[in-house]
Design a binder for this molecule. Structure first.
Ligand SMILES: [Zn+2]
Ligand SMILES: [Zn+2]
Length: 275
């Protein structure tokens, strides 16, 4: 039996068109089998020399495949063609998709790009080499970049708000309780809430074994609720067996943080549904 009752969709997912393991059709079938009403694949927008993103020449074939699946599975569930737009990508990739998740996976410091979610060692080196060991300065740069999503009209959802903490369990690289970290995070959060952006409670790092807490942390989730922010739930699934991973726990975490509604896609826009 399903452990969740509000969520009816999975919109943050990947496939073999980017760094996912399954074909879009396998993801669609798994979503239908899970009882979901809506499935969307959110393609990693192309970035040159980043193999986890979609190659530019594969974007149109991806769209064509999603159109085919939309028609082929219309009687079982609705299928949408989304994008997880990275801020390092060409802005042209904000156009031509049913919905946009905007994410920061890397920051540029003195001309060098540092990945936020590659390996713990790379994150550690970033703090040491690009920020003289000052993790809070790193957090500030990251959250300032995330904050600029407020200025992207096409962006519907803010991807994994505190992705930088991916490797923080059990031994934190960042001090998420410190005043400077919290100031940086809350300044970005306030701007994004003001701009009407939807945050995702993203279960992906838990499903892949990196974390026990979802993005954002329970503390930031409570802050988001206090600020009147909008929330949805996503799995960031890269495989067919995790399209709704942790949705039950995520609904409970949202409730515990004080949320009474969850935002979902109606095919054109996002609307609240009672939690
Ligand atoms: Zn992402
Ligand atoms: Zn993703």
């Amino acid at each position: 039996m399903k452990s969740y009752k509000t969520m009816t969709q999975s919109l943050h997912t990947h496939s073999v068109f980017d760094d996912g393991k399954a074909a879009p059709e396998e993801m669609v079938r798994a979503s239908a089998a899970a009882g979901l009403k809506i499935f969307g694949s959110s393609l990693h927008s192309p970035i040159p020399d980043e193999s986890w993103t979609c190659r530019p020449e594969r974007v149109e074939p991806f769209k064509a495949e999603m159109q085919r699946l939309k028609a082929a599975y219309a009687e079982q569930l609705e299928v949408y063609c989304g994008v997880e737009y990275d801020l390092l990508s060409d802005q042209a990739y904000l156009q031509g998709f049913d919905y946009v998740i905007a994410s920061v996976h890397g920051i540029v410091v003195d001309g060098a790009t540092w990945s936020m979610d590659d390996t713990r060692e790379r994150s550690r080196r970033m703090i040491v080499l690009a920020f003289d060991g000052d993790a809070n300065a790193c957090a500030k740069t990251y959250f300032q970049r995330v904050q600029t999503i407020a200025e992207i009209p096409e962006a519907d959802i803010v991807g994994h708000f505190d992705l930088l903490t991916k490797f923080d369990e059990p031994d934190p690289l960042f001090n998420a309780d410190s005043k400077r970290y919290r100031n940086a995070a809350l300044t970005a959060m306030e701007a994004l809430v003001r701009a009407g952006k939807i945050f995702e409670l993203n279960t992906g790092a838990v499903s892949r074994g990196y974390r026990t807490e979802f993005y954002p942390s329970n503390q930031l989730l409570r802050d988001l609720c206090d600020l009147g922010g909008k929330l949805t739930i996503t799995s960031d699934s890269h495989a067919a067996n995790t399209v709704d991973f942790g949705y039950g726990e995520a609904e409970q975490a949202a409730k515990n943080a004080g949320f009474r509604e969850i935002w979902q896609f109606d095919g054109k826009k996002f609307v609240p549904t009672e939690l």
